[in-house]
Design a protein around this ligand. Structure first.
Ligand code: KG4
Ligand code: ZN
Length: 363
């Protein structure tokens, strides 16, 4: 059997009600790039639903996301999650005007589940399919919060288990990467640090809980600032210093009181590095709003330090609610609507794109 010579049955991009932007368009967003199976419906009034199935328990045993398990779990949960999103939105499938799906970056097997489901639905309903960049979804997520008053331009600090990015979002579709991690993502640094401290997965909440009441200045872990003219991050050296510290102080590490100090000091080094870079980036581009999104945005100490430093510099840090900070379908649906508004016509030939830079890096 060969596919050679098989012609597409038509320009897929022109199926259904395409190219006619109407602000009441109702879009289903599907997100399966990592370990959340998520779907949501968004229309001109914002989110009508936001259904998420979180696989944390599945991966906790292994101390991190296992790609093969993630794909299998997405296959099990994708249909119920989409049904839940439609039910909560009081929407039937034929009331949808378009489907937006994360096509990358992310785990290829995980992405394929969402992409396949989205293609099947778009094809059967005869509506456009919009490929969305996962990070663009995070970038627009603050616009979903009712009453947030966030508008472009702003600087975004996107911090999760898979990414650490500082982006100057000048307008929708006009992004400049100011900095990104050169090694571990900051969430990964929390997760790996937690493992060294004998804590469970995910490590961020575990470290921040242990750090409560600890002395943040007890151990001078390094703040790796690299080149001051760029805003890149590096966290692997910090993780190595924690490993060395734990190894050299095994006896002291038996004491809960001391472990608290170590957790607080390690957390402080991570969040202070983020804060120094994020504030400097805002100053460089003259932004007065810093949007923080991604799972690490839930960290209380990060919020505190950005608020303290922001107040001194006239920079307003904005944290979307946690349900919008972590991976969700609503941000994908919103990005889809914004693309439709700008004339996108959809494309049924899209595929999973595990590596997909948001924009070329400016040097
Ligand atoms: O955005 P997210 O839910 O999933 C992706 O990675 O896409 O982020 C998960 C990451 C994990 O590394 C987790 O340890 C971290 O966010 N995290 C936190 C906190 N809550 C979650 N890190 C620091 N402090 C927290 N409170
Ligand atoms: Zn994410």
């Amino acid at each position: 059997c060969t596919w050679e010579g098989v012609q597409p049955s038509g320009p897929y991009g022109s199926i259904g009600r395409l190219g006619n932007w109407d602000k009441s368009m109702r879009v289903l967003g599907i997100e399966t790039s990592c370990d959340e199976t998520a779907a949501a419906v968004v229309d001109e009034n914002g989110m009508r639903s936001n259904a998420v199935f979180d696989q944390i328990d599945l991966h906790a045993l292994y101390g991190g996301v296992v790609p093969e398990l993630a794909s299998r779990a997405h296959i099990q949960s994708i249909s119920p999650v989409i049904r839940a999103a439609l039910r909560d939105a009081e929407t039937t499938a034929d009331q949808l005007d378009a489907i937006a799906v994360t096509t990358g970056p992310g785990l290829v097997g995980a992405l394929l589940v969402g992409v396949s489901a989205a293609k099947g639905m778009a094809l059967s309903l005869g509506i456009p399919l919009l490929p969305i960049h996962h990070m663009e979804g995070h970038l627009v997520s603050p616009l979903l919060t009712p009453g947030s008053q966030i508008t472009f331009p702003f600087v975004a600090l996107l911090v999760s288990g898979g990414h650490t990015l500082l982006v100057h979002a000048r307008a929708f579709g006009d992004y400049v990467i100011l900095g990104q991690t050169r090694d571990d993502a900051v969430g990964e640094a929390f997760d790996k640090g937690a493992r060294l401290l004998g804590l469970g997965y995910p490590g961020g909440p575990a470290i921040s809980k242990l750090a409560l009441g600890g002395n943040r200045a007890a151990i001078p872990f390094p703040r790796v600032l690299l080149d001051r003219t760029r805003f890149d991050f590096s966290f692997s050296g910090l993780k190595t210093s924690l490993r060395t510290y734990c190894h050299r102080n095994q006896e002291a590490m038996q004491c809960t009181h001391h472990r608290r100090d170590v957790a607080a000091s390690y957390q402080e080094a991570l969040v202070e590095t983020l804060a120094i870079k994020a504030m400097a980036a805002c100053q460089k581009v003259g932004a007065d709003t810093l949007v923080v999104a991604g799972g690490v945005g839930a960290n209380r100490r990060l919020r505190e330090i950005l608020e303290e430093r922001g107040a001194k510099l006239g920079i307003f840090p904005y944290f979307p609610p946690l349900s919008l900070c972590t991976d969700n379908g609503a941000m994908i649906a919103l990005a889809g609507r914004m693309h439709l508004e700008r004339g996108a016509t959809g494309d049924l030939s899209v595929n999973a794109t595990p590596r997909w830079p948001l924009v070329p890096i400016e040097t």
